[in-house]
Design a protein around this ligand. Structure first.
Ligand SMILES: [Zn+2]
Length: 130
């Protein structure tokens, strides 16, 4: 510890007053604080996912975007997840005990019928269920 203390030069009045500097980027220190620069240094940078623009639109409603994000992450509160907590929650549409994201959006007969009708309305007769 004494070696570390001796390694730092002693303050000298001819060098001016001490400054508080904030790291903005790599090897770039400034006297002003930036919460954005601090956040950019602290956060983990991951590659952008292919579906992020479909979820985080500028005009999107926040709660709907958040629910869509949960669906993409497979974090919705489904029967399969609540079963792990000791609560049985079957699919409300068809009664299937194994309610998962895949079941609700793609395998449930009720939601399949809704999707086919909706897509049939939007695309006409060019509907392919697959
Ligand atoms: Zn179902």
């Amino acid at each position: 510890m004494i070696a570390c203390i001796n390694f730092v030069p002693a303050p000298a009045e001819d060098k001016g007053a001490d400054l508080h500097l904030w790291r903005h980027r790599d090897e770039e220190d400034k006297p002003t604080f930036s919460s954005k620069a601090t956040w950019e240094q602290r956060r983990v940078h991951n590659p952008k996912l292919s579906w992020c623009k479909a979820v985080w639109l500028q005009q999107s409603i926040s709660r709907f975007a958040f629910i869509t994000w949960l669906a993409f992450q497979d974090r919705l509160s489904m029967g399969a997840r609540s079963r792990a907590w000791g609560c049985v929650q079957p699919c409300l549409f068809c009664g299937e005990l194994d309610e998962t994201r895949g079941h609700l959006f793609f395998a449930c007969p009720y939601s399949f019928t809704v999707w086919i009708d909706l897509v049939g309305f939007l695309l006409g007769s060019r509907v392919n269920p697959d």
